[in-house]
Design a protein around this ligand. Structure first.
Ligand code: PEP
Length: 248
């Protein structure tokens, strides 16, 4: 049975306790939209407060460390995310790949650590503008994704989602063409089937991310193999975020 569309908000480094009212509004709206699975990844500091109040939405983290614990000042492990009420973690986001020089082997280790404590992983992938202009986008993204994903996952349908996020579309107002999204998502689907077999590979949701807004969401969701969206800027207010969820 196809899974529900998965709409995930990435709050990035936005959000103090003043944003809890927005999370409440998202949760209330999600209770009236049961056909869509809504989740938000706030900064670490808001995971537990949102988890305590949320009735419908899941809360998760934007990253985790690859180790279970130890002398890693300033880091947060997957089990700490789970302990705070987190249900998933976004990994491999291009801002982590760029700002923190995270490479595919580290991202894979983080994914293994998250899965080991039962967190769902949202694995991001995406090409730069230069790579797309050179005509290498599909080859680059499939290679990046294959190197970032754990080769074995117990229940990929439940525990994995992939987010295709062209780097040039994140926070820029530029969005990929539906035909380009379809081409990339088809290649990702083929890779997932190769890695995890037909049954799971067909079911894992592939999200699109990159300047998704209420105004362009319906067109994006109409593209084949789009199982939801990873939303940055437009997830910061309940109105725009739930406008996107409604379009799903
Ligand atoms: C993101 O950061 O994952 C993202 C897609 O951001 P935005 O929607 O702002 O482009």
């Amino acid at each position: 049975m196809p899974q529900r569309p998965y709409i995930v908000g990435n709050w990035k480094m936005h959000g103090t306790r003043a944003m809890l009212s927005e999370a409440r509004a998202i949760d209330r709206a999600a209770q009236r939209l049961m056909k869509v699975e809504v989740a938000i990844a706030p900064p670490y500091t808001l995971i537990h407060p949102i988890h305590r109040e949320a009735e419908q939405i899941a809360v998760g983290a934007q990253d985790c460390h690859e180790k279970e614990g130890g002398a890693h000042t300033g880091d947060i492990s997957a089990s700490m995310v789970a302990d705070a009420g987190g249900k998933f973690v976004i990994l491999g986001h291009s801002e982590r790949r760029q700002d923190h020089r995270e490479g595919n082997p580290l991202i894979r280790a983080k994914a293994e650590s998250a899965l080991a404590v039962g967190l769902r992983v949202i694995m991001c992938c995406g090409e730069s503008e230069e790579t797309r202009d050179a005509g290498d986008a599909v080859a680059f993204v499939t290679k990046q994704l294959k190197a970032s994903l754990p080769p074995e996952i117990e229940n990929p349908t439940e525990l994995l989602a992939v987010a295709y996020e062209p780097v040039w579309a994140i926070g820029t107002g530029k969005t990929a063409q539906p035909s380009d999204i379809e081409e990339m998502h088809a290649a990702i689907r083929a890779l997932l089937i190769k890695l995890y077999g037909e049954e799971h590979g067909e079911e894992v949701r592939i999200l699109y991310g990159g300047s998704v807004k209420p105004e362009n969401a319906a067109e994006i969701f109409a593209a084949s193999n789009v199982g939801g969206a990873l939303v940055g800027g437009a997830s910061l207010t309940a109105d725009s975020f739930m406008g996107i969820a409604l379009a799903a």
